[in-house]
Design a protein around this ligand. Structure first.
Ligand code: DON
Length: 316
């Protein structure tokens, strides 16, 4: 017999948020990403945590309205949008659904698997996923992605131009991966165009509150619980959440599953998303990263909240 996870009370959520923020706010571990120069300039002491529940409750503490670059967390939502267009089998067959066990920008991972990226949540798989968005032009592909993210967030989102220009001027490694995929037949549009649209999607500015709302849309089976907009089918959300559990925190996804036990996703902009299916999502933001590329405070905060509120998806 399974035990259903129930929604914690508003008081329990608010108190867990405040206690967690106070517990970790002065932690100095980690460093901002610097390989994208604009990210190094974001104030390192920013720290916000938001929770949005599957029935639309909103809870916040700290810097939850600061706009930061979504970076790799975007991969989750592009995967979801392509799944919506093509179905889960197509993305499984063309991109894959396995953890690579290697860093997010690994070339070796592509080589080891005959050109199959393995996961839509690593850079190779994310660019391959972007190339699958049905569009006649790069502009149309980009606009579909941006509009889709806006529906997940419940508001129109915009690109952070400084981050985009900074990343576009330095993304030689990703351009190399894009061409490598093309050589293997796992890049489904012009490779440099896909790399550029991917770079744009990574530069979309979101807040911790947006992130929690985007995650809550996945928690609620694809319906944005605040706007009530059905963004994706409930048949697709389990596939997205499964992939987040397997690869969302890259080579520390196993540690994350062991300790937080939730579908999650990190971004080098300092965002961290954790989703409790059917219940809520946690969106955290703190720029300093661990060596794998995950927000130090984001991981600690989401893990602590999950444990305090008893949200472990494997308990029952
Ligand atoms: O392609 C990149 O390297 C970045 N735009 C995104 C990487 C990222 O966020 C990895 N996440 N932790």
């Amino acid at each position: 017999m399974t035990q259903e996870r129930t929604l914690p009370s508003p008081e329990a959520i608010q108190s867990a948020l405040h206690e967690t923020h106070a517990k970790f706010k002065d932690l100095k571990d980690g460093v901002n990403a610097s390989y994208i120069p604009a990210l190094a300039e974001v104030p390192s002491d920013l720290f916000g945590i938001a929770v949005v529940t599957a029935d639309g409750g909103v809870y916040e503490v700290g810097d939850t309205r600061y706009g930061f670059a979504i970076e790799s967390i975007s991969k989750v939502f592009s995967m979801a949008l392509v799944m919506e267009e093509m179905g889960p089998d197509a993305i499984h067959a063309k991109v894959g659904a396995d953890p690579t066990g290697l860093p997010f920008n690994s070339v070796i991972a592509v080589e080891l698997h005959g050109g199959k990226p393995l996961s839509p949540l690593v850079n190779a798989g994310a660019m391959s996923t972007v190339s699958l968005v049905k569009a006649a032009t790069a502009q149309e592909r980009w606009q579909k992605i941006l509009d889709g993210y806006g529906r997940f967030a419940g508001r129109d989102l915009t690109i952070n131009e400084d981050v985009y220009e900074s990343e576009a001027a330095t993304n030689f490694h990703n351009r190399g991966i894009a061409w490598l995929l093309y050589s293997y037949g796992t890049m489904y549009s012009d490779p440099i165009e896909a790399c550029d649209v991917y770079t744009r999607q990574c530069s979309v500015a979101i807040t911790a509150l947006d992130l929690a709302t985007m995650g809550a849309t996945l928690a609620a089976g694809g319906i944005n619980p605040v706007t009530k907009d059905r963004v994706i089918s409930p048949l697709n959300t389990p596939h997205v959440l499964a992939e987040m559990t397997m690869e969302g925190l890259y080579d520390s996804s196993g540690d994350w599953a062991y300790t937080a036990a939730l579908p999650g996703k990190s971004g080098v902009g300092g965002g961290l998303l954790a989703v409790v299916p059917g219940v809520l999502a946690i969106g955290a933001f703190a720029p300093p990263l661990d060596p794998v590329g995950n927000s130090v405070k984001g991981v600690l905060a989401a893990t602590h909240i999950a444990n305090v509120l008893g949200l472990n998806i494997f308990a029952g």
